[in-house]
Design a protein around this ligand. Structure first.
Ligand SMILES: C[S@@+](CC[C@H](N)C(=O)[O-])C[C@H]1O[C@@H](n2cnc3c(N)ncnc32)[C@H](O)[C@@H]1O
Length: 260
């Protein structure tokens, strides 16, 4: 792991280029799992297949204004709209958004999570299923931006890689069970292309960082969900596997509310 620091502009650029490039493969690998092609949509929070239809972390969405951040091809936004929400999806990658529009019309916006192009207090609920939050350089600023566009009392729920996964190699097998990296090293993980340009950047934050960022932005933490690996789930997703899922969590879902 290097010691380089990557700012907001370079992180956003890397995400835009990287996710545009990865969009087809991502959907080949995970599209069916996520219910992308379903005209009803689906809201899957994580590789443990936690389904919003069962978990209800967002509460009653019917009639509520909802912003989904890092929506990708937007199966969650579609699901929300089919459940009566006035939902809008936002993502930095045009290729990911185009995949969503190929299934059917949806209100989608191309922008970064760090600068939300909406007025103050526009939404009742904001949500993100592994979208954007692990990839932004300014996590604290992003939390403030989400707080800005939410109404007082609004709910903000987001899933990310469980911070403790950072200490292990990115490997679903037995090699991925041996701790190798410091939990306290916030140096981002970066992949570069042949020209040396960053094309994938992931920013680690500890559990404490995430709670601090939320509280500083004016949120109250309501719950922290660590989904357990279901007995009958055999499908691996990158470093998420039944082997590792039996022993330690792969996902953290922060459930918070903007203090009124
Ligand atoms: C792992 S995918 C998740 C997509 C979708 N939520 C899903 O469950 O399939 C991550 C998404 O975050 C988007 N993303 C990355 N950085 C972002 C940023 N700064 N702002 C908004 N979206 C971002 C990517 O383009 C990608 O679509």
């Amino acid at each position: 792991m290097s010691n380089e620091s990557i700012g907001s502009a370079e992180s956003d650029r890397a995400s835009r280029i990287g996710w545009d490039d990865y969009a087809d493969d991502y959907h080949r690998e995970h599209g069916a799992f996520l219910g992308v092609e379903s005209p009803d949509g689906a809201f899957i929070w994580s590789p443990e297949k936690l389904d919003e239809a069962d978990a209800r972390l967002l509460g009653d969405v019917a009639g509520r204004t909802v912003l989904e951040i890092g929506c990708g091809s937007a199966p969650c936004t579609r699901w929300l709209r089919n459940h009566g929400a006035k939902a809008v999806g936002l993502d930095i990658s045009a290729a990911m958004l185009r995949r969503g529009l190929s299934v059917g019309p949806l209100p989608l916006v191309q922008a970064s999570a760090e600068r939300l192009p909406f007025r103050d207090a526009s939404f009742d609920i904001a949500c993100s299923a592994f979208g954007g939050i692990p990839f932004v350089a300014d996590s604290a600023g992003t939390m403030r931006e989400v707080a800005r566009v939410l109404k007082p009392g609004g709910r903000w729920v987001f899933s990310v890689n469980h911070p403790m996964r950072w200490i292990f190699p990115d490997n679903p097998g037995p090699e991925g069970l041996v701790a190798e990296y410091s939990y306290f090293n916030r140096t981002p993980y970066v992949e570069r292309d042949a020209n040396g340009d960053a094309v994938y950047v992931e920013h680690h934050r500890t559990i404490g960082d995430r709670v601090r960022d939320l509280v500083a932005a004016g949120f109250r933490l309501v719950d922290l969900i660590e989904p357990e690996w279901p007995e009958d789930l055999t499908e691996e997703w990158g470093q998420w596997s039944p082997l590792r899922g039996k022993i330690f969590p792969g996902t953290a879902i922060f459930v918070s509310e903007k203090v009124s």
